[in-house]
Ligand binder design. Structure first.
Ligand code: NAD
Ligand code: USQ
Length: 385
């Protein structure tokens, strides 16, 4: 296996921090770029990660102390082109994993300001990455985190990025139609279009990873020391379906299924996020290629997940009820869903499928940190209407 000089934008976040450690552990040269804005949103929303998390400086120095390995830090905003330019010039990455965006759909739907912030932050940050690549590291591979939510829930199979269309006797392979769920998901569509255009115009190499909802918390590296712990969100704005249900189950909070719960989404274990990103990094796209992978391992409806958590909790002696809350979102609650996801499997992905053990482990983690859980931030507050 060869070593890659890899920049993790958003490397202080839920996916980014374990990714940085994972690559560093495997002998790659790692730098993190982040402006810590995710920690400020906790303050804005009056919430915090279930697990206590050390500052980025403490995290990086603990990693050095434990493994002897160095992670470089570029602390700043992707919207600041001068900063992005300086960081790229100093580090000269061979690959960039770009996680550094506002990633909550509810946050983007709070009001006009949050919608505008989300799209400006994400679209401008991503454009700055593309321009810095063009100017300084044209051979570098961009591994961009997109989302399965770019596609929405069409009544036909979801392909990996492109679909062959026959129209009036002519045939073409075109980008798969996008019907995103929120202003956040729309920002990812805008990013995809910008990256595709940069690949075509400038010969940039890029892989768009349309990732499903990530669940889980622990990875080999993050559980080694308390100072390396990852964050995990449970609040109504940043918390995501399965993780939220496990944390709710631990404190006897009725599981918050929105509407009927027939909404089906694509899911994956955080350990598979790391594997997928590594597979993309070790098999770069060609110059000028805009490659799209659907990054998930299984599909579940929200109600299926709630019932599974309820059953595992019952086996642990916990009585858990399921609430069907009025859905704060505008989305189909019963629909067809079948998304293709073979490209990462073809590259060698070995999925960690959802297990009762993982659910039990998350419930136990939440029990351990129950004093940190604020029940007043669990209910959804942002509405789509
Ligand atoms: P996160 O919010 O935990 O981490 C994102 C990080 O990016 C944060 O540390 C934040 O400070 C940083 N950031 C945001 N804007 C920035 C800016 N302008 N400049 C510098 N840093 C900035 O999110 P996550 O859950 O780790 O998600 C990472 C990526 O993966 C996101 O792009 C998200 O859209 C995508 N994704 C996440 C999930 C999921 O379930 N968590 C699923 C699919 C896709
Ligand atoms: N949901 C509930 N109850 C909850 C939370 C969510 O029923 O307590 C439902 C939602 O209505 C939705 C589904 O579960 O139908 C998924 O919601 P979510 O909050 O778990 O995830 P989502 O908003 O889609 O966003 C998350 C990440 C985002 C990523 C996306 C992948 O926050 O960054 O892009 O998952 S995907 O869903 O494939 O678009």
């Amino acid at each position: 296996m060869y070593s890659v000089k890899i920049l993790i934008a958003g490397g202080d976040g839920f996916c980014g921090w374990p990714t940085a450690l994972y690559f560093s552990e495997r002998g790659h040269e790692v730098a993190i770029l982040d402006n810590m804005v995710r920690r400020e949103w906790d303050v804005e929303l009056g919430t915090q990660s279930l697990t206590p998390i050390a500052s980025i400086e403490e995290r990086i120095s603990a990693w050095k102390e434990i493994t002897g390995k160095t992670i470089t830090l570029f602390r700043g905003d992707l919207q600041d082109y001068e900063f992005v330019h300086e960081s790229f010039k100093a580090f000269e990455p061979e690959a960039i994993v770009h996680y550094g965006e506002q990633r909550s759909a509810p946050y983007s739907m709070i009001d006009r300001e949050h919608a505008v912030f989300t799209q400006v932050n994400n679209v401008v940050g991503n454009l700055n990455v593309l321009f810095a690549m063009k100017e300084l590291v044209p051979d570098c591979h961009l591994i961009k985190l997109g989302t399965m939510g770019e596609y929405g829930t069409p009544n036909i199979d979801i392909e990996e990025g492109y679909i062959r269309i026959e129209h009036k006797g002519r045939v073409d392979v075109l980008p798969y139609p996008k019907q995103p769920f929120s202003f956040y998901h729309l920002s990812k569509v805008h990013d995809s279009h910008n990256i595709m255009f940069a690949c075509k115009s400038w010969g940039i190499r890029a892989t768009d990873l349309n990732q499903g909802v990530v669940y889980g918390l622990w990875t080999e590296e993050t559980k080694r020391d308390e100072r390396l712990y990852n964050r995990i969100d449970y609040d109504g704005v940043f918390g995501t379906a399965l993780n939220r249900f496990c944390i709710q189950a631990a404190i006897g909070y009725n599981l918050t299924v929105y509407g009927k719960g027939g909404q089906t989404r694509a899911f994956l274990d955080i350990r598979d996020t790391l594997q997928c990103v590594e597979l993309a990094a070790l098999h770069p796209a060609d110059r000028g290629e805009f490659r799209v992978f659907n990054q998930f391992t299984e599909q579940f409806s929200v109600l299926q997940l709630a019932e599974r958590v309820q059953r595992v909790a019952a086996e642990m002696g916990l009585t858990v009820s399921i609430d069907h809350l009025e859905n704060p979102r505008v989305e189909k609650e019963e629909h067809y869903y079948n998304a293709i996801h073979t490209k990462l499997l073809d590259l060698g992905l070995q999925p960690h499928l959802l297990s009762d053990e993982l659910i039990r482990d998350l419930i136990e983690t939440a029990e351990r940190y129950r004093d940190r859980i604020q029940t007043n931030v669990i209910a959804p507050t942002a509405t789509w209407r």
